[in-house]
Write a protein that binds this ligand. Structure first.
Ligand SMILES: Cc1cc2nc3c(=O)[nH]c(=O)nc-3n(C[C@H](O)[C@H](O)[C@H](O)COP(=O)(O)OP(=O)(O)OC[C@H]3O[C@@H](n4cnc5c(N)ncnc54)[C@H](O)[C@@H]3O)c2cc1C
Length: 543
């Protein structure tokens, strides 16, 4: 017998078994029945070809690019080696590749370039697909998208609006005249106040015409490599919105200094900075004193993208959990064949679909808002409701999906840690949870059309449990600040039930049974008896 002593026998110690295959490449569009159904239902069928192509690209090339774009964090370069100020941020090349693809497909600009009804819904679908694979870059994409209607209000800024909506990504640090496409950031939050933007202390002094000089700071200033920024500052007539470009109209560098980049929990591929304005040139947008209503047009759209983003995080976490459970065996069976795991996965599938369907319904309302006052009122209030609820649900959801992968879900090579770090962000920025709830109270109290729009939508729901709507009316009648979260949560659940019913989702009845009839337990994976668990999982990700 031949001796093996001293010889290397890798198979003896390194046998890889019972591990799932790679998740990607996958076609994120083809896999997602709820998305495919909602695109046509919400009025964007004519864009199906482009959205489908983006879904295939997102699940393959962009998914792969996202890992390094995220891991290799942006670096701030304040000065060159001679001491001249630069104030630029360097990104991994994959970040630029992802941005180029997204802007080329219209993640930022489609709804402004194509004015036909449904374009906002198509862009929402693109944004949802994009966020699944590279959520950090969703920040500059959504800000660029949302800035366009604000810029369009000012005829002399038409070039900015057109180039922000253009399908061209140009990361070069040049004046707008030398670029075919631009990106836009937003600066509201200061050290002393973020939610309370009226406490902004940055001062805007008139120069001539609509030009002002800004002195002050912003405490959170994401995507600082953008070509221009919509910012708030105190003008003589009160808080006012301005476009602050990277370069002055005379071609010189504008006077803003990037002080440092935030060391963030997540969102690593996206740079968020602190900035100071030292006599920075800016162009007024809207009237003096009307800064908040002016920039709120932008914020309404970014809030919708927070809903879409959190829905996207849920979707990506869910499909990874299902994929893993289909390939991993424990106690003699695949994880997905264990009844309790089925309950967890099916519950996640129901939650993810409800989040997407409400987001897409709100996207349709945004789309129709210029043509239909009822839809405008619905968009106004349902954005705040959905932003609150869907973004609040995401962290617990992603954590539950992460646990389905066991230890592997805690390891950076899977996408789950990245999603987990990203998950709390949507509920903080663009108005955090309490601010959304207060906004719902404000809309319901001051804008009767919003309450009518909500009632219309809820009345269209079928299968709601007895007493649900009357209970909601009692809550509405007694609505106050301290109970606003309870009210908004019930409104969100009612709306999700309504949109799932209207959509004919096979999960609509299960949603109502688990969230409205039988009060859902404190964790996911607690569906009541009677839900077809396997069917819910199969719908979420065809096996
Ligand atoms: C990664 C990241 C990137 C960001 N990028 C940008 C950016 O590009 N541009 C920008 O302008 N901002 C940006 N922000 C800032 C963000 O919008 C603010 O952090 C957010 O609006 C909250 O403001 P704040 O941090 O000042 O908290 P605060 O306003 O101090 O709020 C703290 C808490 O108090 C609650 N609260 C406030 N008022 C009330 C009230 N009346 N009743 C009950 N509760 C209340 C809030 O809901 C919150 O939970 C970014 C933030 C992060 C984390």
């Amino acid at each position: 017998m031949e001796s093996t002593m001293g010889e290397s026998r890798p198979d003896a110690t390194h046998h890889v078994d019972n591990q799932p295959p790679e998740f990607a490449p996958r076609d994120l569009w083809a896999d997602d029945a709820a998305l495919r159904e909602s695109l046509g239902r919400e009025g964007a069928a004519r864009w199906e070809g482009g959205v489908a192509r983006y879904g295939a690209l997102a699940g393959s090339a962009l998914y792969a690019l996202g890992f390094d774009a995220h891991r290799d964090r942006p670096r701030l370069r304040t000065h060159d080696r001679f001491g001249h100020r630069l104030d630029v941020v360097e990104f991994h090349p994959n970040y630029h590749a992802v941005m180029e693809a997204a802007i080329g497909y219209g993640v930022a600009g489609l709804s402004w370039r194509d004015g036909r009804p449904g374009a906002h819904v198509a862009r929402a679908a693109l944004s949802y697909l994009h966020h699944q694979v590279e959520p950090g870059s969703s920040c500059p994409l959504t800000m660029t998208h949302a800035a366009v209607p604000v810029l369009q209000q000012v005829p002399v800024l038409a070039e900015w609006a057109e180039k922000a909506a253009a399908p061209h990504y140009d990361p070069r640090n040049l004046p707008i005249s030398g670029k075919s496409g631009v990106t836009i950031g937003m600066g509201m939050t200061e050290k002393q106040g973020g939610s309370d933007v009226r406490s902004n202390a940055t001062v805007a002094s008139p120069l001539s015409g609509d030009a002002y000089s800004l002195v002050g700071h912003k405490w959170f200033f994401s995507a600082p490599m953008s070509d221009g920024f919509l910012v708030l500052a105190q003008a003589p007539g009160g808080l006012t919105c301005f476009l602050l470009p990277r370069w002055r109209p005379d071609g010189s560098r504008n006077a803003f200094r990037l002080m440092r980049l935030k060391d963030k929990l997540g969102d690593w591929s996206n740079a968020s900075s602190e900035v100071e304005f030292d006599g920075a040139w800016a162009h007024r947008v809207g009237e003096e004193g009307r800064g908040v209503p002016t920039i709120l047009r932008m914020v309404m759209l970014t809030r919708l993208d927070c809903m879409l983003g959190s829905s996207a995080q849920m979707r990506m976490a869910l499909v990874h959990a299902i994929h893993h459970a289909r390939h991993r065996r424990a106690f003699g069976r695949r994880l997905v064949d264990h009844a309790l795991m089925q309950n967890v996965l099916a519950d996640l599938a129901i939650e993810a679909e409800a989040a997407l369907l409400l987001s897409m319904r709100v996207a349709r309302a945004v789309d129709a808002s210029t043509r239909d006052p009822g839809e405008a009122a619905f968009a106004r209030v349902a954005t705040a409701i959905g932003k609150y609820w869907i973004c609040k649900r995401a962290p617990a959801f992603v954590n539950e999906a992460q646990e389905c992968l066991g230890g592997a879900g805690y390891v950076e090579e899977s996408i789950l840690p990245r999603l987990y770090r990203q998950a709390p962000l949507n509920s903080i920025w663009e108005g955090s949870g309490n601010i959304q709830c207060l906004d719902v109270l404000r809309a319901l109290g001051k804008e009767p059309d919003c309450l009518d729009a909500l009632r219309r939508e809820l009345a269209g729901a079928s299968g709601l449990p007895d007493g649900f709507l009357s209970g909601l009316e009692s809550q509405l009648a007694g609505a106050g600040e301290s109970t606003a979260r309870r009210l908004v949560e019930r409104l969100a659940l009612g709306l999700q039930a309504a949109v799932m019913g209207q959509a004919g989702s096979p999960l609509a009845g299960d949603f109502i049974a688990s969230r409205l009839v039988d009060t859902h337990a404190q964790t996911l994976g607690t569906l009541p008896v009677g839900v077809d668990l396997e069917a819910a999982i199969e719908r979420a990700l065809p096996g």
